[in-house]
Design a protein around this ligand. Sequence first.
Ligand code: ITT
Length: 201
Amino acid sequence: MSTETSNKTFLLATGNRGKQREFAQVMAPLGWQLRGLHEFDLPEVEETGLSFVENALLKARAASAGTNLPALADDSGLVVPFLNGEPGIYSARYAGKHGDSEGNMQRLLERLADAEGEQRAAYFYCALAWVDHAEDPTPKLALGRWSGHILKARQGDGGFGYDPIFQPLGDTRSAAELLPEEKNRLSHRGLAIAELLPQLA
Ligand code: ITT
């Protein structure tokens, strides 16, 4: 069966390389054929939703509309209850510039400079939205949450985004020090993918 006609072919609607890598690690071995946004010339989607799930759906619908492929989008981020949910849906541009992970971590460390113990509790959150076509009235949705604490300094250089300053509950390592397969088993994204897969069967 060619890639074009496989019913396991879909567009992964993300420009984030860290996310792309993690989806490929989990889904490609199961026979899914992931197409990438870089193959198409699509306009930027405005993430105007107030929640992760709304933004995931906006991104999935826009990507499917522009390609006529089923599309899967991920909207995710880090939530710190002590900071009233910051950086939340603004995680990618917390320090101003989209995708500036160093700046984003720096800003969060500064905001938590005087915080101790449970004040440093945080969780990663991931909303996945899959649409079969742009106007799909029954999108498939899946959520995942990964709890931990914000470290006082960066540790490790694996993963992406805020991983070097996030320590999962029950671990002494940061998320950036986990093996990729460990992160994929435990993480907000790994859990959301595990919840999505049976819906695609
Ligand atoms: P797309 O919209 O193209 O998917 P994005 O990076 O803009 O890419 P989001 O709006 O969902 O995606 O922002 C997610 C941000 O949250 C991401 O840029 C990281 O800073 C952070 N993030 C999400 N998952 C993460 C993870 O597993 N590890 C570390 N940081 C993560």
